[in-house]
Design a protein around this ligand. Structure first.
Ligand code: ADP
Length: 319
């Protein structure tokens, strides 16, 4: 393999730039040319493809977002769209593709591989919801952004004796809520992986208030439902002063943490090794701090699981 391509797709995440940098530098280290495909699968179909040099990825390791930009494309879900993409890759003489993104992007990579074009997936999403890897690129930065917000909200919650409901991202996964809630000392964490018992939540709040607690923090994963609705229910049932904060897209941005930069560098470089070894349809990941790879189809057929012992611990520590 003498020419490979790299693209970022779907929801962006901090550390994607560090992953692109690793792909480019590792490939050039092995005398392989690298082409950047701009705007994900949209740019793949329309030929927004440029050769990247060592210097193209200078000064990006610390930047959030993705300098190749990202996109969502309905057209690429069709066979015609995928054929257009392969035509462009062939036109540029590209023989393998690294796709950095979430599970939707992996489905695109799976399709290209089925049509005979070798792809490798790199997990780039803040949600930590990709089966087969302990962590995804961007998750650590996102939970650090959330913890910064929780700490700040806690200051004002205490001053004003308020109950705060903080809604965080994660799509169908509760990882962001669980990790940031545990680290932020939340009284209650609501995640889609555990049954939500509002009577229990309200009982805890009332007991805490009766004991003289000046504030309560409840972290809600977006997969559970709307933080605003949960706030209304709590206000009605307790009459406590309640405020809701929906953190939103600040969780997607910012300079990646050390953990995310290191993870992105390791996974990006490993994806190139796999392509150069002639592997295809694989996704890279990290398990117990060791690099692993597995079939994209296998990963897509499994469900991401979350460590429920951490959830139990958070309940025990917030009695
Ligand atoms: P993420 O990769 O973050 O999960 P999306 O689910 O939006 O983000 O997927 C990103 C893109 O991947 C989609 O816009 C689409 O172009 C492509 N994609 C998703 N599902 C498929 C599919 N079944 N077949 C081909 N391409 C897909």
């Amino acid at each position: 393999m003498k020419k490979i391509g790299v693209l970022t797709s779907g929801g962006d995440s901090p550390g994607m730039n560090a992953a692109i940098r690793a792909v480019v530098r590792k490939a050039i280290f092995h005398d392989v040319e690298v082409y950047g495909i701009y705007q994900g699968y949209t740019g793949l179909m329309t030929g927004q493809i440029k050769k990247l040099e060592l210097g193209s990825v200078g000064d990006i390791i610390h930047r959030g977002g993705t300098f190749l930009y990202s996109a969502r494309s309905e057209e690429f879900k069709t066979l015609e769209g995928q054929k257009k993409g392969i035509e462009q890759l062939n036109k540029h003489g590209i023989e393998g593709l690294v796709v950095i993104g979430g599970d939707g992007s992996y489905r695109g990579a799976e399709k290209l591989t089925e049509h005979g074009f070798p792809c490798v997936g790199v997990p780039g999403t803040i949600d930590n919801d990709i089966p087969g890897t302990d962590f995804t690129i961007g998750f650590d930065t996102a939970i650090n952004t959330v913890i910064d917000a929780i700490d700040k909200i806690r200051d004002t919650a205490t001053s004003h004796e308020r109950t705060y409901i903080i809604e965080v991202m994660g799509r169908h996964a509760g990882d962001i809520a669980l990790w940031s809630g545990l680290a932020g000392g939340a009284e209650t964490i609501l995640i889609p992986e555990a049954t939500v018992d509002m009577e229990d939540v309200i009982g805890r709040l009332k007991r805490g208030h009766d004991r003289g607690k000046r504030h309560s923090i409840i972290v809600v994963a977006e997969g559970v439902g709307s933080g605003v609705e949960i706030g209304k229910q709590i206000k009605e049932a307790t009459n406590l002063e309640t405020r809701v904060s929906v953190l939103g897209h600040i969780q997607r941005g910012g300079s990646p943490t050390v953990s995310d930069r290191v993870l992105a560098s390791r996974l990006g470089a490993y994806s190139v090794e796999l392509l150069l070894d002639g592997k295809k349809g694989r996704a890279v990941g990290i398990k117990e701090n060791k690099l692993v790879d597995f079939s994209i189809s296998e990963a897509l057929s499994q469900r991401h699981t979350l460590d429920l012992s951490m959830y139990k611990l958070s309940e025990e520590l917030s009695i």
